[in-house]
Design a protein around this ligand. Structure first.
Ligand code: NAD
Length: 409
């Protein structure tokens, strides 16, 4: 029988998963949703092999998520010949080791941010992936929000005029409770920095995606709670609250603030701005947001109102000031998820778009994926902020070639 010309070519890809925590489960659901949301890609992921050091999480991967097999050692995932692509959702201290091992095994990988504890670790992962010529993807999921994609287009079209200044924050409350668990995130050996790597890295990626590369930074940090109750690895999430538990030290910062200069245009007129991140804030819950101000207009968006974009285009007229635009089929990939305007999309949907961008690039299509170069670029900004916070200086940020921002310019 002749092939149906309307049927796209099928790409059957075996998926390996390393670490079955919050992100590991979410990556799995994103692979499963991809064919429903993006059928024309012909991509058909198959969940093949999951690994975690916690046995109950391996059992969850095979019994509930539907992986064909599971193991306690991530090396078995990388050695599995039926695994074509790998999701690396381990805690930060394992990113360098596993990212480099995945590159050496020639498996394209989707790795969670911040890709390592330090810029040196991120650079090692990026170098290994680029030397192997691999497609990669990073868990900077907020890029894919339709309102963010639209903001990026408006900036690129010059609809705001010249962007002059920016305010951006990630105010998260996951550690606002003083008895919130001392997960791996609070340990320098396991996580590296605190709010800087965990939260400010998202802010930096978002702004570099929408506005352009950050060139210079000065920063300060503070730690609000110095001790928290201990939490064994793999036993709960960092949202857990533990009453009367044994206490251990918080080794990294709860709060960070930075002043930044973006790379300039030919006249040297780069935007300037303030970035802040907190994991102990009371009030905002998952408040990742930006305000962009230009000579001809402004934009404001916050993840807590994912489906709303506040827009002001033009300096005068009877409708001057902000208009709130609800997410609608003309913004980003919204139409893939909802048939009409004003029907809320959610966080998990952003991961489906992330999976699509990754696997489309893996199968030779458009390279819209966020890559190890983007992760390195964000890590350079975070490292510059850390150096500045230590001595109060202004720090230059090295430019990274190959990033989404560099490709656009
Ligand atoms: N993109 C985002 O919005 C986002 C959100 C949350 C977390 N993250 C990132 O995702 C990564 C994982 O975070 P999480 O919240 O899913 O963590 P988690 O604590 O929920 O899960 C971590 C898992 O890793 C497992 N693990 C520990 N050592 C292991 C090893 N040697 N081999 C295999 N598995 C091992 C643990 O048992 C646990 O199941 C981190 O890098 C984090 O920064 C990103």
């Amino acid at each position: 029988m002749a092939a149906d010309p309307t049927t796209p070519p099928r790409h059957h890809l075996g998926v390996g998963l390393i670490s079955v925590g919050w992100m590991g489960k979410l990556h799995s659901r994103a692979y499963q949703a991809l064919p429903y949301v993006y059928p024309e890609t012909g991509i058909r992921p198959r969940l093949v092999h999951a690994a975690d050091t916690a046995a109950d999480r391996v059992a969850y991967a095979t019994d509930v998520l539907g992986y064909a097999r599971g193991s306690g050692d991530y090396r078995e995932v990388l050695a599995d010949p039926e695994v074509d692509v790998v999701s690396i959702c381990a805690p930060n201290m394992l990113h360098r080791e596993i990212g480099v091992a995945a590159a050496e095994a020639a498996k394209p990988f989707w790795i969670e941010k911040p890709v390592g504890r330090t810029v040196e670790e991120t650079a090692a992962v990026a170098a290994a992936a680029n030397a192997a010529g691999l497609v990669t993807s990073i868990g900077f999921n907020y890029r894919h929000a339709p309102a963010v994609e639209h903001s990026r287009e408006l900036v690129a079209q010059g609809a705001l005029g010249r962007v002059t200044n920016v305010r951006a924050v990630f105010f998260a409350s996951y550690a606002a409770e003083p008895k919130g668990a001392l997960s791996w995130r609070f340990n320098r050996e396991l996580a590296g920095s605190g709010a800087l790597g965990d939260l400010l890295s998202h802010v930096v990626d978002l702004l570099q995606y929408v506005v352009g590369p950050v060139a210079e930074v000065t920063a300060l940090t503070s730690t609000v709670y110095r001790e928290r109750p201990l939490l064994p690895m793999g036993s709960a999430t960092h949202f857990a609250v533990i009453e009367d538990g044994e206490l251990g030290p918080v080794e990294n910062e709860d709060y960070a603030a930075a002043l930044v200069r973006f790379a300039g245009d030919a006249q040297g007129a780069g935007a300037v701005g303030t970035l802040e991140a907190s994991r102990t804030i009371v009030g905002p819950q998952c408040g990742l947001g930006f305000e962009l101000y230009g000579t001809d207009g402004s934009l404001a968006w916050n993840f807590e109102r994912l489906n709303e974009l506040r827009v002001c285009l033009g300096r005068g007229g009877p409708h001057q000031g902000y208009t709130t635009v609800l997410a609608n089929p003309q913004l980003g990939d919204y139409a893939r998820f909802q048939p009409g305007p004003g029907i809320a999309m959610g966080y998990d949907d952003l991961k489906v778009t992330e999976a699509k961008k990754f696997l489309v690039a893996v199968t030779g299509g458009e390279r819209a994926n966020c890559s190890v170069d983007d992760a390195l670029s964000a890590a350079e900004v975070v490292a510059a902020a850390e150096r500045s916070a230590a001595d109060g200086s202004w720090q230059k940020v090295p430019a990274v070639p190959g990033t989404t921002a560099a490709r656009r310019s």
